[in-house]
Design a protein around this ligand. Structure first.
Ligand code: MGD
Ligand code: MGD
Ligand code: SF4
Ligand code: MO
Length: 762
C-alpha cells in the first residue's frame, strides 16, 4: 500500500510517500512526495529514515513502570490510575505548584500541546516548562522591550537583502516566520539569489547558509553585541536610515546614537575579530539594498548577551523601516485559522514577565505563562514552599537538552514522581518512574494547524494515520484527558498557554466525554476557510488559490505607540559590553597565539583558550536519530569539530579523543577537522550523551550541556545560560583504545546524585 503524509521531524513538514507492507502492516520505505505542492519531492535523510525509525528495536510497544532497578510492562489504564492517584496525593500535600509539565519539541505538536496544557490548567499549576524558554527566548524579551510591528517584517518573497545572525536555515529549516520556504531552503535561497537577493551571514563558522552569502562576517563567538552595535554606528553616522520611518514610529534615536558611540567600526571590528571594511560593507548593504530584514537564531541566543543581540537586530530593522507597510502583500492569508488581517503600526513595549507565580532562584522571572527551563532543576532541588516534586515530560528529553546535565541528573533523580511520554527509551525515560508509550507520527493523524501562517503560500494538509500502532499505545492528549478524569480536575482545552493557533472550542463540547482524535481535529478546525472534509480529500495537501492579504494603512491618529530604540536596560548592557575586555582570537585562518593590541585576555583565557559553539547537525534533530543503528552507521556521531591548524597544533588526528574541559565540567569526544570554523573555535551539537552524563563517546556521544553552568552567567528574565561561546580547553587523549570506550570518567548511577564532575587525571 502507498499512503501520503508529511514528515514531522522538523518544521519543514515535507510531503512524503509511505510504502506499507500489506502482509505485516509495517512501513517499509519513505520517500519524498513529488505531488506535494510545497516540497515537490524533496526530503532530507531524516525523513527518509522514518521507516527505520518506526521499526527500530528501541521503540516502545507498551508502557513501562519502574520496579526497583527493573522495568515492568503496565497497561496504559493501570498507569493512568496509579499516576493520577500519586499526583492527587502530591497536590494535596504540597499544592498544585508541586506538579509540573515539561513540553519538548515533539510535545509542541498541536494535539499534544493542547491536551497537556488542558490538564495542567485543570490542576491549577503554574509549573509549565518547555523548550520555549531555552531555545530563543531573547527574541520575545527583546521584542517586549523594543515594541513590535504586528504586520511583521518585510517578507522573504519581495526582499532585496536578508541578514542571518547565528542561525543556519539551510540546515535548521527555521526562518519560516519571514515567509522563507523551509522545505529545501538551499534551493529557496539559490532561486532568490538568482533574482538579485543579497545575503549577509554573521556566524563564527562558514555554515551551509554562509556558503551562499554575499558577505560573511566570521566573528569571535559571543561578540555579536559589539559587531551589531558597530553596524548601527555606521548606519547612523552615514545617515543610511529611514528617517521618515524613525520619526513617525520610533523614539530614542539620539540615545541609541550615543550608546553606540564607543562602537565605531574599527573598535567594533577589532572586538569581533572581523575586517573593518567587511563590517562597513555589511552595514551599507543591509541599509541600502531596499527591502528585507535581519533575523537571529539560536547562536546568538545561546551566546552571552542574547537579549542585547536580538534587540540590536530589532533596532537595525526599525532604523531601516523594514516592516510590512500599507499596500504590501502577504502571499499566505491563512487557511485553517480565522485568516489574517494586517494593519501597519506599532505595538509599544510591554512587560510579559514578573507577574504571577515567579521562579524561586537567581531573581529570574516567568515569560508569558511559562517558568524558565533553565530553572527547572533548581525548582526541584530548592526546598521550601513551591518546590517541584512531580514532573510529566511530553515529547522532550530534558535530561540531555537542559543546561548543566549534572544538575539535571540530580534533580530528575530526586523527584517523587517522574513520568515520560515518549516513543522510545530515552535518557530522560531511564530516570523515570513511568514511561508512557505514545504512537509515532505515522500511527496518528495530524493537521498543519500550527504552521498555517508559516507556509510561504496558502497551504494545508491533513495526514491520516498510515499504519496501526504496534501495541497498547496512548496518544498524548488521551493520556492527559484520562489523567484529568482520574484526578477529578478539569481538562480545559481552551488552555491558558500560547497555542500556535487560537482554539475555537464550542460551548457544547463536554470535556467529561472522551472525544476521538478526529473529533478533536473537527473542533480545532472549526471556522477554517477550507473545511477539514475537503482536506481529507487531498492526500498531497491542498494549496488553494486565495487572494493575498494586503496590509491596511495606519488610520489611527497618533496613539503614542513607539518602537523603543534605547530601552534603558539595553543601553546599560551596551555600556557593559563596551567596557568588557574580551580576548580577541585570531582572524579566520590566522595562527593562534597572537592577540590584538588593546585587548586584555580574561583571567581564564590561558586556561580555557578555545570557545565551544553550538550547532545543529543536518542528519540529526536534537536527540532524534542517535539510536538508529543503520542510520548512525551511515551518518556518524557527534564529533568535536576543530580547525585543521588547531588540530595540528594539538597534535591530533581525526578520530582521536579529546577531553573538553569547561569551568563547569568535562566530556570526551572524538575530533574531526572542519576548515569552515574560525580558528580557536570548536563546535559540537547538543542533546547527545548517556543518561549518566558519561557513557561511551563513540556510541552515546558527548553532551555539551555537561559544560554549561546555569549560575555563572545568565541573561535577564529567564536566565539563558551560556550554551555557546563556552570557554574550554582541550586535552588530547590519543586514539580510542580498541575494545574500550576511551573514557576515563565513570558516570553517576541512574537515580543517584551525580559524582563530582572533575577532570580525571588533570
Ligand atoms: N548546549 C545546548 N543545549 C541545547 C541547545 C543547544 O543549542 N545547545 N538547544 C536547545 C534547543 S533549541 C532545544 S529545542 C532543546 C531540545 O530539547 P527537547 O525538545 O527536550 O529534545 P528533543 O531531543 O527534541 O526531544 C524530543 C523527544 O520527543 C520524542 N518523540 C519523538 N516523537 C514523539 C511523539 O510522537 N510523541 C512523543 N511523546 N514523543 C516523541 C523523542 O524520542 C525525544 O525524546 O535542546 C536545547 N538544548
Ligand atoms: N537538522 C536539524 N534541524 C534542526 C534541529 C536539529 O537538531 N537538526 N533543531 C531544531 C531546533 S530545536 C531549533 S531551535 C532550530 C535552530 O535553528 P538555528 O538557530 O538555525 O540553529 P543552528 O543551525 O544551530 O544555527 C546556529 C548557528 O549559530 C552559530 N553560532 C554559535 N555561536 C554563535 C555566536 O556567538 N554568534 C553567532 N553570530 N553565531 C553563533 C553556529 O555556528 C550555527 O551555525 O533548528 C531546528 N532544526
Ligand atoms: S527537512 Fe527532513 S526532517 Fe525536516 S520535514 Fe523535511 S524530511 Fe523531515
Ligand atoms: Mo529548539
Amino acid at each position: 500500500m502507498i499512503a501520503h503524509s508529511y514528515c514531522r521531524i522538523c518544521p519543514a513538514l515535507c510531503g512524503i510517500t509511505v510504502t506499507v507492507d500489506d502482509a505485516t502492516g509495517r512501513v517499509t520505505s519513505v520517500d519524498g512526495d513529488p505531488d506535494h505542492p510545497l516540497s515537490r519531492g524533496f526530503t532530507c535523510s531524516k525523513g527518509r529514515a522514518l521507516a527505520e525509525d518506526h521499526n527500530a528495536p528501541d521503540r516502545l510497544d507498551g508502557s513501562l513502570r519502574r520496579a526497583g532497578e527493573r522495568w515492568e510492562p503496565v497497561s496504559s489504564d493501570a498507569a493512568v490510575a496509579e499516576i493520577g492517584d500519586r499526583l492527587s496525593e502530591i497536590v494535596d500535600r504540597h499544592g498544585p505548584r508541586s506538579v509540573g509539565l515539561y513540553v519538548g519539541t515533539r510535545g509542541y505538536e498541536v494535539l499534544q500541546l493542547a491536551g497537556a496544557t488542558a490538564w495542567l490548567s485543570g490542576v491549577g499549576s503554574p509549573s509549565l516548562y518547555s523548550t520555549y524558554t531555552i531555545d530563543q527566548p531573547a527574541k520575545d524579551v527583546a521584542r517586549a522591550l523594543h515594541g513590535s510591528w504586528p504586520a511583521g517584517f518585510q517578507e522573504w518573497a519581495s526582499s532585496d537583502v536578508v541578514m542571518f545572525v547565528g542561525n543556519n536555515p539551510v540546515v535548521s529549516a527555521t526562518a519560516s516566520y519571514i515567509g522563507m520556504p523551509v522545505t529545501n531552503p538551499r534551493r529557496a535561497i539559490r532561486e532568490r539569489r538568482r533574482a538579485g537577493l543579497k545575503v549577509i551571514v554573521i556566524d563564527p563558522r562558514r555554515t551551509e547558509t554562509a556558503a551562499l552569502a554575499d558577505i560573511h562576517l566570521q566573528p569571535v563567538p559571543g561578540t555579536d553585541g559589539a559587531v551589531l552595535a558597530g553596524m548601527v554606528h555606521v548606519i547612523l553616522a552615514e545617515g543610511l536610515y529611514d528617517s521618515a520611518f524613525t520619526e513617525r514610529y520610533t523614539e530614542g534615536l539620539e540615545r541609541l546614537r550615543a550608546a553606540v558611540a564607543p562602537f565605531h567600526p574599527e573598535a567594533a571590528a577589532a572586538r569581533g575579530g572581523v575586517a573593518v571594511d567587511q563590517l562597513i560593507a555589511a552595514a551599507r548593504l543591509f541599509a541600502t539594498a531596499g527591502r528585507g530584514c535581519a533575523i537571529g537564531g539560536t547562536g546568538i541566543n545561546m551566546a552571552p548577551h542574547p537579549i542585547l543581540s536580538e534587540y540590536l537586530l530589532l533596532c537595525l530593522n526599525s532604523l531601516c523601516g523594514r516592516y510590512m507597510r500599507a499596500g504590501d502583500q502577504v502571499a499566505n492569508p491563512g487557511v485553517l485559522g480565522g485568516g489574517r488581517s494586517l494593519r501597519e503600526g506599532v505595538r509599544g513595549p510591554r512587560q510579559p514577565w514578573g507577574k504571577g507565580p515567579q521562579p524561586r532562584v537567581r531573581g529570574l522571572s516567568n515569560l508569558y505563562d511559562q517558568l524558565p527551563a533553565a530553572a527547572l532543576a533548581d525548582e526541584i532541588l530548592t526546598p521550601g514552599d513551591g518546590q517541584l516534586r512531580a514532573l510529566i515530560v511530553s515529547g522532550g528529553n530534558p535530561l540531555v537538552a537542559l543546561p548543566d546535565m549534572a544538575k539535571s541528573i540530580e534533580a530528575l533523580s530526586s523527584l517523587e514522581l517522574l513520568v515520560t511520554l515518549d516513543v522510545r527509551m530515552t535518557q530522560t525515560a531511564r530516570l523515570s518512574d513511568f514511561l508512557i508509550a505514545a504512537p509515532m507520527s505515522l500511527e496518528r493523524s495530524d493537521v498543519t494547524l500550527a504552521s498555517d501562517l508559516r507556509f510561504p503560500k496558502a497551504f494545508a494538509q491533513y495526514a491520516p494515520a498510515v499504519v496501526a500502532p504496534p501495541g497498547d499505545l496512548v496518544e498524548e492528549w488521551e493520556f492527559f484527558w484520562a489523567l484529568a478524569r482520574r484526578m477529578g480536575t478539569q481538562w480545559d482545552l481552551r488552555g491558558r498557554i500560547g497555542m500556535p493557533v487560537p482554539i475555537n472550542v464550542a460551548d457544547t463540547f463536554d470535556p467529561r466525554v472522551k472525544p476521538t482524535t478526529e473529533q478533536l481535529w473537527e473542533i480545532l478546525c472549526t471556522g477554517s476557510r477550507i473545511p477539514l472534509a475537503t482536506l481529507r480529500e487531498h492526500p498531497h495537501g491542498l494549496a488553494p488559490e486565495l487572494p493575498p492579504v494586503v496590509v491596511r494603512p495606519d488610520e489611527r491618529l497618533d496613539d503614542g505607540q513607539r518602537l523603543a530604540l534605547a530601552d534603558p536596560l539595553m543601553i546599560d548592557e551596551l555600556a557593559a559590553v563596551a567596557a568588557e575586555r574580551t580576548a580577541v582570537g585570531p582572524a579566520p585562518g590566522q595562527p593562534t597565539g597572537r592577540r590584538r593590541a588593546g585587548t586584555t585576555p580574561p583571567a581564564d583565557a590561558q586556561d580555557l583558550p578555545y570557545l565551544l559553539i553550538s550547532r545543529r547537525l543536518s542528519r540529526y534533530h536534537n536527540s532524534w536519530g542517535q539510536t538508529l543503528g543503520d542510520y548512525r552507521a551511515r551518518h556518524g556521531g557527534n564529533p568535536l569539530r576543530i580547525h585543521p591548524l588547531d588540530q595540528a597544533e594539538l597534535g591530533l588526528s581525526d578520530g582521536d579523543l579529546v577531553r573538553v574541559v569547561s569551568a563547569r565540567g568535562s566530556v570526551v569526544a572524538p575530533v574531526e577537522q572542519e576548515d569552515a570554523l574560525r580558528r580557536g573555535v570548536v563546535s559540537m551539537a547538543h542533546c547527545w550523551g548517556a543518561a549518566d552524563g558519561a557513557g561511551d563517546p563513540l556510541v552515546d556521544g558527548a553532551n555539551t550541556s555537561m559544560l554549561v553552568d546555569t549560575e555563572a552567567s545568565f541573561s535577564h528574565v529567564v536566565g539563558m545560560p551560556r550554551q555557546s561561546a563556552i570557554p574550554v580547553r582541550l586535552r588530547p587523549l590519543g586514539p580510542p583504545a580498541p575494545g574500550t570506550d576511551g573514557n576515563t570518567q565513570p558516570g553517576p548511577a541512574a537515580r543517584r546524585p551525580p559524582v563530582a564532575v572533575t577532570e580525571a587525571g588533570a
